[in-house]
Design a protein around this ligand. Structure first.
Ligand code: GAR
Length: 211
């Protein structure tokens, strides 16, 4: 498939970037066929995800909250960069900054997020990273997992695309649960969802005669 027939994806990151790596690997192995990773944006200049992107020859932009202290300025910069790269699909992969309604409304069904629980459990404001797994363990759930969903104005409230469950082991730490949820759920469903949505975008484009 020619690269101009693929959906241009930007991946937004803040940290280690293992989900970004899962996307890079899925493109390499051919399980993502209908999307190309055209850009990585990090709000954290120290994120290891940046190295992963560079190793995969993906252009990187750093938009730090320090340089763009207001939400408006931060998001205006994001819009400019996304437009410069003709981005059609935005993937939040461990992106630890909430985007405003002004931002999300401009990309209806064009922003995906991976969240490390089975939404609607342990999600919304304040639930991110390790905190999600700590909350799941504190509650005593026996099954948790991950969710990929569209992003709208409600934090973790957009339409669910894919979910995968993971059993909680006895006496497990939040760290080990986080690792297993990533390995057994996030790294599997995020690439699948990107492929699924990209295919849909391309078929919509075809129907609209914009090939
Ligand atoms: C992942 O577990 C992701 O689901 C979570 O942060 C981690 C990032 O890891 N995201 C959230 O909690 C968002 N609410 P990564 O940088 O290695 O992909």
């Amino acid at each position: 498939m020619k690269s101009n027939q693929k959906v241009k994806v930007a991946v937004l990151v803040s940290g280690g970037g293992t989900n970004l790596q899962a996307l890079i690997d899925a493109v390499r192995s051919g399980s993502i066929k209908h999307a190309q990773l055209s850009l990585v944006i990090s709000n954290n200049p120290e994120a290891y995800a940046i190295t992963r992107a560079e190793n995969a020859d993906i252009p990187v932009a750093i938009v730090s909250g320090k340089e763009y202290p207001t939400q408006e300025a931060f998001e205006a910069r994001l819009h400019t960069i996304l437009a410069a790269y003709d981005i059609e699909l935005i993937v939040l992969a461990g992106f630890m900054k909430i985007l405003s309604q002004n931002f999300t409304a401009r990309y209806p069904k064009r922003i995906l997020n991976v969240h490390p629980s089975l939404i609607p459990s342990f999600c919304g404001k304040g639930f991110y990273g390790l905190k999600v797994h700590e909350a799941a363990l504190a509650y005593g759930v026996k099954v948790t997992g991950a969710t990929v969903h569209f992003v709208n104005e409600i934090p973790d409230g957009g339409e669910i695309i894919l979910q995968k469950s993971v059993c909680v082991k006895k006496d497990e730490s939040a760290e080990s649960l986080q690792q297993r949820v990533m390995r057994q759920a996030e790294w599997i469903i995020l690439p699948r969802a990107v492929e699924l949505v990209s295919k849909e975008i391309l078929s919509e484009r075809k129907e609209n005669g914009k090939q």
